[in-house]
Design a protein around this ligand. Structure first.
Ligand code: HEC
Ligand code: HEC
Ligand code: HEC
Ligand code: HEC
Ligand code: HEC
Length: 237
């Protein structure tokens, strides 16, 4: 009896030993797995930052081509010299349409004679004014051709400030580069500078949603066309 008991005891002791051995080897494996897990996390982090850099830095660089305005123009300086503030250059025509970016006609009065010694002025006068060529200004806010936009509705009827859509202009002493979307050919100002789409100012971008959002907020009384509140053809030609 006792021998059998002894055998059984030693068997169970062996089993216990074996169990500890497998347990410890499992622990060893676990530790190895943790090491591999660490690499996976590291690769994830590297991949994550790489895609952030591609998405935020490289992609916009590839997507947009940078163009420089043909002539530099100093808004702040000119506002000190004109009689009628913005309207000296940006005015409504008789028919209510907006003159937009000024033509030589608005400049010749002063620049027929050189006003100073600024090489930019001399460049403008000799290359454009004297040759009777209009400056091909790049318009940052230019919308696609299918969009209809009326300054009269916003500035005259709704009494909105230029700043709300264009940002501060009065203080500008030089012109920022113009970025053109290589795929669509549109100005970057439509989508906005911030690739993540966060909008801090009302003028950060002017996509379809931005127009529609304000129209909704304003309760948008459609006055000139008999249409639904947000019918496509309010804004589309
Ligand atoms: C002496 C003429 C002159 C006056 C005065 C003037 N501007 Fe301009 N403006 C220009 C010229 C030239 C351009 C084209 C170059 C540029 O983009 O700045 C321009 C462009 C602009 C644009 C850019 C549109 C776009 O999307 O590219 C805005 C907005 C603007 N002006 C607003 C104003 C406001 C607001 C005022 C008054 C505070 C003002 N301007 C006064 C001559 C003038
Ligand atoms: C009311 C008079 C007046 C009008 C209108 C006017 N300018 Fe000027 N412009 C000036 C004066 C003054 C200077 C400063 C000259 C200096 O001191 O060097 C100047 C300077 C400039 C310069 C050089 C400085 C700079 O802006 O980089 C350019 C370019 C220029 N004007 C372009 C234009 C264009 C384009 C228009 C029409 C959209 C225009 N100006 C309309 C008076 C005027
Ligand atoms: C509700 C927003 C809004 C307001 C307010 C506004 N604009 Fe604009 N502006 C635009 C949009 C959008 C465009 C582009 C229009 C297009 O491409 O047909 C534009 C275009 C322009 C242009 C370029 C036009 C061209 O095609 O040559 C000038 C200059 C300009 N705006 C000046 C002004 C001035 C000055 C004021 C204030 C009196 C003003 N804007 C108020 C939205 C606005
Ligand atoms: C910050 C507010 C605001 C933004 C941004 C805005 N709008 Fe408007 N828009 C108005 C208001 C207010 C009216 C109504 C004016 C009135 O009383 O007739 C209006 C009127 C219009 C009208 C005239 C409708 C009609 O038949 O009378 C058109 C077209 C229009 N907006 C197009 C646009 C487009 C396109 C954009 C974007 C590029 C835009 N708007 C951005 C506020 C805004
Ligand atoms: C409040 C003005 C507004 C209304 C209403 C509106 N759109 Fe737009 N839409 C825009 C503006 C501004 C753009 C250009 C900027 C952009 O791509 O977001 C645009 C762009 C588009 C484009 C892309 C065109 C291109 O060349 O990139 C399509 C497609 C479009 N709109 C369809 C529609 C349809 C369909 C409706 C009606 C359900 C509608 N829109 C109503 C303002 C408007």
């Amino acid at each position: 009896m006792s021998t059998i008991d002894d055998k059984a005891q030693s068997d169970s002791a062996d089993a216990a030993l074996e169990a500890t051995a497998t347990a410890s080897s499992e622990i060893g494996e676990k530790e190895e797995e943790n090491g591999a897990g660490g690499f996976i996390i590291l690769f994830f982090i590297i991949g994550f930052f790489a895609s952030l850099i591609i998405g935020w830095v490289i992609f916009p660089k590839l997507l947009y081509s940078k163009k420089i305005q043909p002539v530099t123009f100093n808004h702040a300086l000119h506002l000190e010299h004109v009689a009628d503030d913005c309207e000296s250059c940006h005015f409504f025509r008789e028919d209510g349409s907006y003159a937009g970016v000024p033509k030589n006609e608005q400049c010749i009065e002063c620049h027929e004679d050189l006003q100073g010694v600024d090489p930019n002025e001399a460049f403008y006068v000799t290359e454009y004014l004297e040759k009777d060529r209009e400056v091909p200004w790049l318009v940052y806010s230019r919308q696609p051709d299918c969009v209809f936009f009326s300054h009269a509705a916003h500035v005259k009827a709704a009494k909105m400030e230029c700043e709300e859509c264009h940002g501060p202009r009065k203080e500008l002493t030089s012109l920022k580069p113009y970025y053109e979307n290589r795929i669509t050919g549109y100005s970057r100002d439509i989508w906005g500078k911030n690739i993540s789409g966060i909008k801090r100012n009302t003028w950060d971008r002017m996509k379809m949603d931005d127009c529609a959002e304000c129209h909704k907020r304003e309760g948008f009384k459609v006055t000139s066309v008999q249409t639904g509140k947000d019918a496509c053809f309010v804004c589309h030609k």
